[in-house]
Design a protein around this ligand. Structure first.
Ligand code: ADP
Ligand code: NA
Length: 301
């Protein structure tokens, strides 16, 4: 459907974590097949949780690119690009882009491509309300111009921290054991699950309200193995949570093994990664250009 356009973004933190993978990237890969026009942006202009050092930042953008390609993002099917390469040199130099808060810059990006659909995790639904308000506000003033973008909620809504299951898994968590990275070694993954917070009941059940820790593991297990939560719980009858942690770790290791080796391969060809981003950014600019021109005309710049 040529009237539909998907847009989503991810911060360049080097490698995605399990929450990014299950809450975003896995759906991004699926959406490439379902929508004709798809844009994925590495959002390097909100560098709060990413390195400020230019060389480090560049490396982490390339690492994220390698990770996204390894997860199945196909540059023939979607436009994979770097946010800062589509913003003018002037915006970057005077820091106008950086002055915008994360949700406002995100809204600007979504509207810049007249996106109609935005896959988001539960943690970003509020940001989407802002985007929708901005689109509607603009349209009220200047006539129907922007589609009001709809959220696509990913099936795996929120992966929780392994150490504090009341919080989401996040790259900025100072507790290194809380977050599983796609590139973690099998030993690291086992260690993190071993240290995962559970409770005093040893049975495996799914009860996200009263048993957040165990339920988080069940949800992760189901998501990486392609089983339903019910099936996972049924298969785990008679297993105590200590042993169960190792089963979940195994399932995660198995899921990430091929991705991890593909990342290692891709990282050896830096030129290829650079060129994917350059081609993607050129395509993204081409889409944004007429929208910018129209907006300037409507607003009377
Ligand atoms: P983070 O929140 O770790 O800084 P980003 O802001 O770069 O990650 O988010 C990239 C995508 O990953 C977003 O679509 C976001 O909703 C999703 N996401 C991030 N953390 C989680 C999580 N713990 N569970 C599910 N989805 C998540
Ligand atoms: Na986020």
């Amino acid at each position: 459907d040529s009237t539909k356009r998907v847009f989503s973004g991810i911060q360049p933190t080097g490698t995605p974590h399990l929450g990014n993978y299950l809450g975003a990237i896995e759906s991004w890969v699926r959406l490439q097949e379902e929508y004709g026009s798809v844009l994925y942006s590495i959002v390097d202009l909100h560098s709060i949780t990413v390195p400020q050092n230019p060389a480090l930042l560049h490396q982490s953008i390339l690492d994220m690119t390698a990770a996204l390609l390894a997860c199945g993002i196909d540059p023939e099917k979607s436009i994979l690009f770097q946010q800062s390469q589509t913003k003018s040199a002037k915006q970057k130099q005077d820091g106008t882009a950086g002055l915008l808060t994360y949700p406002v810059l995100q809204a600007a990006d979504i509207l810049l491509y007249k996106s109609t659909h935005v896959p988001v995790g539960e943690d970003q639904v509020q940001h989407m309300e802002l985007v929708q308000d901005l689109a509607q506000g603009f349209n009220k003033k200047y006539g129907e111009f922007f589609p009001v973008p709809k959220s696509i909620l990913t099936p795996m809504k929120k992966v929780k921290s392994l150490r504090d299951p009341s919080a989401k898994m996040s790259k900025s968590d100072p507790d290194k054991l809380a977050t599983i990275r796609i590139t973690d070694t099998p030993e690291e993954i086992v260690q993190k699950f071993r240290k995962a917070v559970t409770d005093f009941t040893s049975e495996v059940t799914y009860d996200p309200v009263h048993r957040e820790g165990v339920s988080n593991m069940v949800a992760i297990h189901a998501a990486v193995s392609g089983l339903s939560v019910e099936e996972v719980v049924r298969h785990s009858a008679g297993i105590d949570t200590a042993r169960y942690k190792l089963l979940v770790a195994e399932a995660v290791i198995e899921k990430f093994a091929p991705i991890k080796s593909e990342i290692e391969k891709l990282k050896m060809d830096k030129d290829h990664l650079e060129s994917v981003l350059q081609v993607g950014s050129a395509k993204a600019k081409e889409l944004a250009h007429p929208v910018c021109q129209e907006v300037k005309k409507l607003v009377g710049f």
